[in-house]
Design a protein around this ligand. Structure first.
Ligand code: V47
Ligand code: SF4
Length: 370
C-alpha cells in the first residue's frame, strides 16, 4: 500500500520558519516556486494569512475610469493601447469624466481607480483638473490614480519633479497610487517586454517619493509570460526592501498575463496551478506587505475563490463594468459584481466577507429597514 506522503526535511524547516514568522530567503522562495506540493504551499500561505487576517476576506465598492487608451509606448503584453487616430482609441474630455463620475452619486462607492494610457499631450494640469472635478461631485471618494509610468511622463511634460507633481495632484484630490506599471523589474525581462517606459529605478523612486509625501500605494507584478521564477523573486525583493524603508505599500497584486490581442499571444497563459502557487509564494515572501489581492476580473470568480486558500485576503471590488484593460486581453467581458454577489462568493468559499475602504478600514453601513 502506498505510504502517506511526509514533508521533506526542507519543507519541515520552512514550516518551522513560517511558524516563527521569520522572513523567507530568496533561495527558499525559489524552492517553493519549484515545488509540486501545492497542498503544502496552500497550508504554509494560510498560516500567514490567518495570522494577519483570520478568516476575513476584504472587498470594496469601486469603479474604474480609464481616461484614455492612447499611449506613447508599445508594451509587448498590452492589448489596450492605441496610437492617436487609430481605430478603437478613446480620449475622454474632463466633461465626459465628470459625467462618468456623476453616475455614481448616491451609490455608496468608496473608491475610484484611474489608470490609462500615457497620452502624448496631457500634463499634470489636465489630471489635476479631473481629480478636482471628481472630488466636487463625489467629495468623500478615495481617488487611487495613475501608475508610476503615467506619473513619470506627466511630471516631465509639466516640467515638475516627482515631488512637485505628486504634491500638485495630492492637493487636487489624489489619495493613493495604484500598483501598475511595475511589470517585471529585472532588466533582462523589462528590456524585452516594455523597454522604453519608466525604468525599475524610476518606478521605485516615484513610489518612494509618494510614500514620503504621505501617499500610500500598491504594487503589482505581471507574471506568466517570458519571466522565470528568479525574476519574480528579484521583483519581490525590491518591493520588500522599499517596504522596509517606507512602509507605504498597502497591497501586492500579482497580475496574470492574459494573451488575447497582443504581441505575446503565442506564449499562451499559465495554469491555475501556477496562479495559486504564485499567490502562496508572494504571501510568504512579502511578509511586510499587509494585503494580497486577487484581481477577480483577470483570473475569474472560481480562481478568486480558490486563491483565498493560498494567501489572498482581498478580492478588489464591484468594478461595475468600468474597465477594459483586461477584457481587451481576454479577462471577463463585462466585469461587475454586486456586493451581494461578492459576499456570496466569499462566504461560499468558507471566509467572512468584510467591506473595506481603500486603506483597509472596515466600512459599516446601516442595516436596511423594511
Ligand atoms: O501595469 C496590461 C497590466 C496594469 C495586460 O492597484 C496586463 O489596485 C495582464 O495598475 N495581461 C495596469 N495584465 C493595471 C493596474 C491595476 C490593476 C488592478 C488593481 C490595481 C491596484 C492596479 O495592467 C499594467 C500591466 O501590468 N496589464 N496588459 C495583459 N495583457
Ligand atoms: Fe501603454 Fe500601459 Fe499599454 Fe504599456 S501597458 S502600452 S504603458 S497602456
Amino acid at each position: 500500500m502506498p505510504r502517506l506522503p511526509r514533508l521533506s526535511p526542507q519543507e519541515e524547516a520552512l514550516w518551522e520558519k513560517v511558524q516563527a514568522s521569520e522572513p523567507l530567503s530568496d533561495e527558499e522562495a525559489l524552492f517553493l516556486y519549484e515545488s509540486q506540493n501545492l497542498a503544502f504551499l496552500g497550508a504554509l500561505a494560510t498560516l500567514v494569512r490567518q495570522r494577519l487576517h483570520g478568516k476575513i476576506a476584504y472587498y470594496n465598492r469601486n469603479f474604474h475610469i480609464e481616461p484614455t487608451n492612447i499611449c506613447i509606448y508599445e508594451c509587448a503584453f498590452c492589448s489596450f493601447a492605441r496610437k492617436p487616430g487609430e481605430p478603437g482609441g478613446w480620449e475622454y474630455t474632463p466633461d465626459e469624466i465628470e459625467a462618468l463620475a456623476t453616475r455614481y452619486v448616491g451609490t455608496g462607492v468608496t473608491e475610484v481607480h484611474i489608470v490609462g494610457g500615457v497620452h502624448p499631450k496631457r500634463g499634470i494640469e489636465y489630471y489635476a483638473d479631473i481629480l478636482r472635478r471628481i472630488k466636487r461631485i463625489l467629495p468623500d471618494i478615495h481617488i487611487k490614480a495613475f501608475t508610476a509610468v503615467e506619473l513619470k511622463v506627466m511630471c516631465a511634460r509639466s516640467r515638475m519633479s516627482y515631488e512637485e507633481g505628486l504634491l500638485a495632484l495630492k492637493e487636487a484630490g489624489l489619495d493613493s497610487l495604484p500598483g501598475g506599471g511595475a511589470e517585471i523589474f529585472h532588466p533582462e525581462i523589462r528590456r524585452q517586454i516594455c523597454a522604453t517606459k519608466a525604468s525599475t529605478e524610476e518606478w521605485l523612486a516615484i513610489h518612494r517619493t509618494a510614500h514620503r509625501l504621505g501617499i500610500p500605494s500598491n504594487a503589482t507584478m505581471l507574471y506568466g509570460h517570458i519571466e522565470r521564477y528568479e525574476h519574480r523573486v528579484h521583483h519581490m525583493r525590491l518591493l520588500r526592501e522599499l517596504q522596509e524603508e517606507t512602509g507605504g505599500f498597502n497591497c501586492f497584486i500579482p497580475l496574470k498575463y492574459r494573451r488575447e490581442n497582443n504581441a505575446l499571444s503565442h506564449l499562451g497563459e499559465v495554469s491555475i496551478i501556477e496562479d495559486l502557487k504564485n499567490y502562496a509564494v508572494s504571501r510568504l515572501y512579502l511578509h511586510n506587505i499587509p494585503h494580497l489581492k486577487a484581481y477577480w476580473p483577470m483570473i475569474g470568480r472560481t480562481a478568486a475563490q480558490l486563491s483565498l486558500d493560498f494567501g489572498v485576503d482581498d478580492l478588489d471590488g464591484t468594478i461595475d463594468d468600468t474597465t477594459r484593460i483586461y477584457s481587451m486581453a481576454g479577462g471577463e467581458e463585462h466585469p461587475a459584481m454586486s456586493t451581494e454577489e461578492l459576499e456570496h462568493l466569499i462566504r461560499s468559499a468558507g471566509y467572512e466577507p468584510q467591506e473595506r475602504d481603500s486603506l483597509y478600514r472596515p466600512v459599516r453601513r446601516p442595516t436596511p429597514t423594511l
